[in-house]
Write a protein that binds this ligand. Structure first.
Ligand code: 5GP
Ligand code: MN
Length: 322
């Protein structure tokens, strides 16, 4: 699968690399590592994302080349490579362009249920810890010695963030073997990268976190933790959406908790984040609420109000638990 994928990519002249709305470490890290993979082959891709690179990742080399997608720029590309997501609607305002274009579409991703018949070639494995791991396999196939420091940092950032710092169920010997090679070939320092990504929080964020954690409620025999963030909490602490990164993982450290739910009250709807410990298929839960993702990590939306969302989500999860 990797060899065929690599051969197909190497034939492209001007690929567009695009990742999902609200890009995370895996999205950006994978995109940048791919960018350098193409560059090594004399191909200059264009990188697009609807939303900006999160503040704690702006040190990654090449990130300044990522721009907002525009029809005129996409028209110049000979193919579109979707990174870390498989549903065109996850790719923002150009979703319709992607659905209607005649350009070949490629996919590199680890999310469940990729649509059938739309990709010319894909490097897809829903058991992979991250898309960055799949990008690593591309390098492993075509020569891991080309993993430079900037590539190693991008790959490491993608893997460390999407595995919750190597603690999720998706982490295997393959993950650690890959990371070993990324560190060795890239000559990178994990503690430095970890610190740049995670030790970048503000006191306001911690105050917000305190408020949010204080509001945790447990349901279903204390197996399901629910917490909420309101616009009021955000403004009182002077925080924005990006500051919520990682909050949803905290309740999973409570003894007995198997599912964590974070509800973020937006102007017109409620954003739902779900994280789990392999007891409930959270992709299935998210799909009931216009979302999706993975077995243990997914996202969705509810029209609100928050209490209604809590009730419906708990009912859904409770059914799957029993
Ligand atoms: P998060 O809770 O961080 O927003 O998302 C967790 C996971 O669910 C990510 O892998 C993300 O790609 C996926 N996800 C989040 N929101 C949506 C959504 O609205 N639709 C789909 N299909 N997946 C989502
Ligand atoms: Mn990912």
């Amino acid at each position: 699968m990797v060899k065929k994928f690599a051969e197909a990519l190497a034939k492209l002249k001007k690929p567009a690399l695009i990742s999902h709305i609200g890009p995370d470490g895996d999205a950006i890290g994978s995109q940048l590592a791919l960018y350098f993979w193409f560059q090594d082959r004399g191909i200059e891709p264009m990188m697009f994302n609807d939303d900006p690179v999160p503040d704690n990742l702006t040190w990654l080399a090449g990130q300044e080349k990522i721009r907002e997608p525009e029809k005129e720029l996409l028209d110049q590309c000979d193919a579109i490579l979707f990174v870390d997501g498989n549903d065109p609607s996850r790719f923002g305002k150009m979703a319709e362009y992607f659905s209607n274009t005649n350009k070949p579409l490629y996919l590199i991703d680890h999310h469940l249920d990729p649509p059938e018949g739309i990709f010319s070639e894909m490097l897809w494995d829903s058991s992979a810890s991250s898309t960055a791991y799949l990008v690593y396999t591309l390098f492993a196939e075509t020569g891991p010695e080309s993993i430079s420091r900037e590539i190693g940092e991008a790959l490491y950032a993608g893997i460390v963030t999407d595995t919750g710092s190597f603690r999720f169920d998706t982490v295997t010997d393959d993950t650690h073997f890959a990371v070993g090679n990324i560190i060795r070939y890239g000559g990178i320092k994990p503690s430095e990268i970890y610190s740049r990504i995670y030790d970048d929080r503000t006191l306001s964020e911690y105050h917000l976190l305190g408020t949010v954690l204080k509001g945790i409620r447990l349901f279903c025999d204390e197996k399901v933790a629910v917490m909420e963030v309101t616009e009021k909490m955000m403004s009182e602490n002077g925080c924005s959406k990006d500051d919520l990164e990682g909050f949803v993982n905290y309740p999973l450290s409570i003894r007995g908790v198997a599912v964590s739910v974070l509800l973020y009250e937006r102007e017109d709807r409620v954003k739902i984040s779900l994280r789990g410990k392999s007891l409930v298929d959270l992709n299935q839960v998210a799909r009931k609420f216009n979302g999706g993702g993975h077995f243990n990590a997914s996202g969705a939306w509810h029209p609100g109000p928050v209490e209604k969302a809590v009730k419906e989500l708990v009912a859904e999860i409770s059914e799957l638990l029993s």
